[in-house]
Structure formats: structure tokens, C-alpha cells
Ligand binder design. Structure first.
Ligand code: GLU
Length: 367
């Protein structure tokens, strides 16, 4: 049986000679067939083609873009030769598969250290800017972010460290708004109560943004992401709890999105959620600490005990607990997975990228 990939980024509608894999931007009638559900031939083709994309990404940088519903979206179109008959396989990826990363941490360690290390392990996904936010002990949200490589962010954090035990970080692949410092994540709400990192595209952000602007919210970035954080704060200001504010906000979003939110009023928790396929949300359970990431390698050095959020699930995590519900509030009992593979030997092994390894080894990875 082909493997099931619980947090796969891929959709692979396919015919005999061609795979069009579309990263979920929530449209393009993608007729979603998750990678690994199809016949073995399709699976093998996709594996080869993904290898080609991973190579192209590291060599050539940014892909061309197209406009979908007013948003500029990167599009990969790569033709790879595969199989004994040297058949051709064309892949189109709307949004790009190597897009951005999320890391969150709550526990006794210094959050910035865990987050920067985790982001480094997600570098293979590609990004144009990076940032980190920590809930500082003096009771405010401190943010550092910069364009370019993680080294820039590391230098910034080294000269101006963030002390605190709860934080979120992000590597961005811009879809809305240029790759600039002020568009880099994390994004903080107007009154500084909430901060979020986000992967994906809020398709209805224009409508939400004009609604919020009409109510007096001032925006500090050009991103679609900022509507999320401003909406959460609006619900908090209206007296809702952090959990309800996030839930109500997420229920309004259209598109494929992965989000992690942190709130000044609730310094004991992070809330994360997954809507569709926008890079996945993996929760790593440690001893009195919890890790959140787009992908397994970011947190594998700390724990092998992991949960993968399903579509339209939300998790509230504290250092000692996790609670998973559907977006409409029904409790969910997640499967816990023990990840067997070793990040160090994986890095030195036959795979150029963790994503390749993840895809190729899923059948052996989950027990
Ligand atoms: N759409 C968001 C932005 O442009 C998130 C992009 C990403 O997934 O990195 O900032």
C-alpha cells in the first residue's frame, strides 16, 4: 500500500503521463488526491518529480509567479524525466511546495534558542525573510525580524536577545506584500495583545481588511496574515477569551492556512490550527514542554512523540497539556506517533532534503 502522509503538502491529480501537483491554495478544482493515495506508479512519479523540484529550488531561487484572485502566487512548472521509459512528468505547484516554516515553543528553555534552531532545520523549504516573537518576562511581546537568510535574524537576536519561555517563529515565502522587514512575520495586533505566524493564503483578506479598517484598525503591513491577528484582537477587545477569539477568527478565513497565535493575556499557552493544506502543523510533546512546527525535523532533536493536526483542527497547548478540538469546538482525540528516524543520520544520508526523506520514508517513519 502506498503510504498515507498525514501532513502532506501535496495534491496530485494525475493521468498516465503527467502529474499536476498543486499545493492547496484552496481552488483550481484540485480534485484532491493526497500524494500516496494513488496507484504506485503515480507515487513513484511524484517522488521523482519532487526530487527535481527540490534541486531546482536550491539552484535557481524564486519561481515565476501568477495572479490568482488578485494575489501574486509563485508557480513551479518543472518537467522531470522519470522511469525506465524516460517518460515526462510535468508538475505545477501553485504556491510552491518549499514554502515557509513555523516553529513554536512553550516550556522551561529559552524560546528564542529552540525557535531559531527549528527554523534552521526548516530552511530546506525555502524563504525570503524570517522572524521570532517571545513573550518577555516584563510582560510585552518582543519581536525581531529581518529579510534574507536566517543569519541576519541570528545576528539581530545575538545583539538584542529575547528572554522568555514562550515564543513563535517563522520563515516567510511572501505571497501578499513584498519580502520586506515590515511584512515579515510574526505580526503583532494594533494594541500589542496578540502575535501570530502564518503559512498559506487568506483568500478573503481584502474583504476582512476593509471591514477592520472601517472599524478603525490600522494595518502595519501589506500581508494577508495581518487580518488574522487584528481579528483576534478585535474579539478579545469585545470580551472573548483567547480561545474563542482565535476560533471565531479562523472560522472566518477562506483558503489553506496554518496559524500559531500567542497572547499577552494568556502567557501559559499557544494556540495553533490548520485549515486545509498549508504546510501542516506538527505538535511535539516533551517533558513539561511542547513544540510546534510545520514539519518533523524542526523539533525532532527534542522529542519523538508527535501529533499531526488534521484539517480544521485547533490545538491549545501549555507546557503540561494539549487539547485538540475541531474548529467548531468538538473535542478530538488525536493519534500520537513515535517518530523513528534520526535527524543526524538522515542529514548525512542519501537524501538532499528532509522533505525528500519525509516523503520517501513515511511508511517506515510512523509506528
Ligand atoms: N501569505 C502570507 C504572507 O505573504 C504567508 C506566506 C507564507 O506562507 O510564508 O506573508
Amino acid at each position: 500500500m502506498p503510504p498515507r502522509v498525514p501532513h502532506s503538502d501535496f495534491f496530485a491529480p494525475s493521468n498516465k503521463r503527467c502529474i499536476k501537483a498543486r499545493r492547496a491554495t484552496g481552488r483550481q478544482n484540485a480534485a484532491p488526491v493526497a500524494a500516496g493515495h494513488g496507484p504506485q506508479t503515480k507515487w513513484a512519479s511524484l517522488r521523482n518529480a519532487i526530487g527535481a523540484i527540490a534541486d531546482l529550488t536550491s539552484e535557481k531561487g524564486r519561481p515565476p509567479t501568477t495572479t490568482i484572485e488578485g494575489a501574486e502566487v509563485p508557480v513551479w512548472q518543472i518537467t522531470a524525466v522519470y522511469g525506465r521509459a524516460a517518460r515526462r512528468c510535468t508538475i505545477q505547484l501553485y504556491g510552491g511546495i518549499l514554502m515557509c516554516g513555523i516553529v513554536g515553543y512553550i516550556g522551561p528553555r529559552q524560546a528564542q534558542t529552540v525557535i531559531l534552531q527549528g527554523l534552521k532545520r526548516l530552511e530546506y523549504r525555502g524563504y525570503d525573510s524570517a522572524g521570532v516573537a517571545v513573550l518577555a518576562q516584563n510582560g510585552h511581546i518582543a519581536v525581531r525580524r529581518d529579510v534574507g537568510k536566517l543569519n541576519n535574524l541570528e545576528a539581530m537576536v545575538a545583539s538584542s536577545p529575547l528572554a522568555g519561555h514562550i515564543g513563535i517563529g517563522h520563515t516567510r515565502w511572501a505571497t501578499h506584500g513584498a519580502p520586506t522587514q515590515r511584512n515579515a512575520h510574526p505580526h503583532v495586533s494594533m494594541n500589542g495583545r496578540v502575535v501570530v505566524v502564518h503559512n498559506g493564503i487568506v483568500e478573503n483578506y481584502l474583504a476582512l481588511r476593509s471591514e477592520l479598517s472601517a472599524e478603525g484598525v490600522s494595518f502595519a503591513s501589506e500581508t494577508d496574515t495581518e487580518v488574522i491577528v487584528q481579528l483576534i484582537e478585535r474579539y478579545l477587545d469585545a470580551g472573548q477569551s483567547f480561545e474563542t477569539a482565535v476560533r471565531q477568527t479562523l472560522q472566518q478565513l477562506k483558503g489553506a492556512n496554518a496559524v500559531v497565535a500567542m497572547c499577552l493575556d494568556n502567557p501559559d499557552r499557544l494556540i495553533c490550527a490548520r485549515l486545509g493544506n498549508a504546510g501542516g502543523i506538527t505538535i511535539g510533546l516533551g517533558d513539561e514542554e511542547v513544540f510546534i512546527a510545520s514539519d518533523i525535523p524542526a523539533i525532532l532533536e527534542y522529542t519523538r512523540d508527535m501529533i499531526f493536526l488534521e484539517n480544521r483542527q485547533m490545538a491549545i497547548v501549555t507546557p503540561h497539556s494539549f487539547e485538540i478540538t475541531t474548529l467548531d469546538g468538538r473535542p478530538s482525540t488525536p493519534d500520537r506517533h513515535t517518530i523513528a528516524w534520526d535527524p543526524v543520520s538522515a542529514a548525512k544520508g542519501e537524501y538532499k532534503h528532509f522533505m525528500q526523506k519525509e516523503i520517501f520514508e513515511q511508511p517506515r517513519a510512523l509506528i
